[in-house]
Ligand binder design. Sequence first.
Ligand SMILES: [Zn+2]
Length: 237
Amino acid sequence: MADPKLLFVYTLMLLYLFYYGAGSMEYKVINDVPKTPGSIRYTNEIGIPYTKELLPKVTNFIWSTIFQQNNPADRKNFNVIQVLITKLQKVPAGVVAVTIGNQMNISSDVIQEYKGDVKWYFTTTVYHEATHIFQWTGEGKCPRGLVEGIAEYTQIKANYVPPTGYTKPGDGNSWDQGYSFTARFLEYCDGLVPGFVAKLNNKMKNTYDVSFFKELTGKPVEQLWTEYKAKYGKKNY
Ligand SMILES: [Zn+2]
């Protein structure tokens, strides 16, 4: 028989975790190369205060809207999210960010070179990279194209894609082509099964299999792709 006093303490602890657990995330932003032109532009046009405001907004958007993980136990368990403005080493020129674990490393060179509204570009990059922090990848078994497609899907849902010239529904050569092509396809799947991306992500906690598409929609992924292309009047090639 459980000690009622102890039970009371446990209940209080659970309530505390329930109400404050989600708010206990810490957001760190570090300008690692503060004297470089890219970092100076970061400070002038984006800034640490804006980044610290943005991060909890993006995190909550991913938890609630994209992955629909209202129960904190379903989420990837991080206490800290870190953003580093830095010089990326050993990556091809033009790569904007590398995310490992709970840390996104954002290229000061790309910030320097970006033509246009760099604050907008930084924001959409954070939506993308934060998705990588929180998404499940089937212990690494999920194809890269799908991992990138889900990150890009967050950018579309957050309305952070260019108003013109962006990939349209029906574009692309295969469902796992990645980035915007896969993201548009995931949008279509979400139209068939509401919360599709959230459900797919949940299934990928421990493993991945392409049959997840069939389990969720009743149709194999290749058939979904053919029907998707047909819906938008484009040949499947
Ligand atoms: Zn990515």
